[in-house]
Design a protein around this ligand. Sequence first.
Ligand code: EPU
Length: 311
Amino acid sequence: MTMLMTMERKEWQRRLGEIVHGRIAFDEPLAAYTTLRVGGPADAIVFPESIEEIRGVVRMTRAQSLPLLVLGGGSDVVVRDGGFRGVVLRMGRNFAGSRVIAGDRIEARAGESFPSLLRTARTGSLAGLEFLATVPGCVGGGVATNVGAYGQWFADVLVSYTLLDRDARETNVPRDQMEFGYRYARLPEGSVITGAVFQLTMKPRDEIEETVRNYAQSRRDSQPLRASSAGCIFKNPDNAKQAGYLIDKAGLKGMAVGGAAISEQHGNFLINRGGATANDVLTLLAEVRKIVKKRYDVELEPEVRILGEDE
Ligand code: EPU
């Protein structure tokens, strides 16, 4: 199973326990930490509560040449059935929180969930994050993928974010040094996003609430929000119709492999109907790509990050 020798593994597991005071889990399936609910075990998953703990994990994994995977809300990933050999840094509830600063800005920690971030904005009568309504995920992942919906993006409202680089140095990245694209952020290799600051606009609370309601309704009408999924599975292609449209027109809605299926509601949602494996998901994904390529000569690129090892 694991490629690391038992002694070594025991040793670094012990060291992890010294670095992280919160919860650590060994050999736990990552399926539980992803919205698609597939994926095999990670050697270790840590739930840091402080920058010091994150710094310690970055240093230790670097020194031991252990692969480090930063996982946030797990809403945009497919973890393979063999799981992950190395340490997963789960940035979530234990490293969350957001607050209004300077009247119209919000400072948030990386593990802050979108619903919670949006709540801080709504309560403070601050507009600019309404597009996050019903979107799963958290701040760190949102920065790393430049989360967007309805023509708006994190990039529109971010003024800075902080990260620990691979040498565990804390760096503040100001607006003029950020580089974002469609579902893309340029980040230093091996870095861990720790927090972000958003510049928002004061607006009457009822206007904000109405916008939130409209976005939420529109998403509920078009997307299978109750199903286990990783959101849209393919990026929208540059010079062609949207992925969901192409998959729909190719007649692929409802197509299934094992427990994985193309949603009947939205063609670009691949859902776990229950009991899907990563292998089911990836086989279906490949099949859809092949058919769309043949039919429309369009190469669909996965929007999700596919990681880990095959079983
Ligand atoms: N369409 C179909 N059939 C379908 C699905 C869509 O014909 O089964 C058509 C729609 O009628 C519309 C077009 O395709 O004309 C685009 O569909 P939609 O408006 O649902 O938006 P999308 O391009 O599929 C994008 C983002 C979503 C985001 C929505 C709303 C991507 C890959 N997807 O979807 O993001 O929520 O816009 O802004 O960019 C995600 O990133 O996970 C995600 C869901």
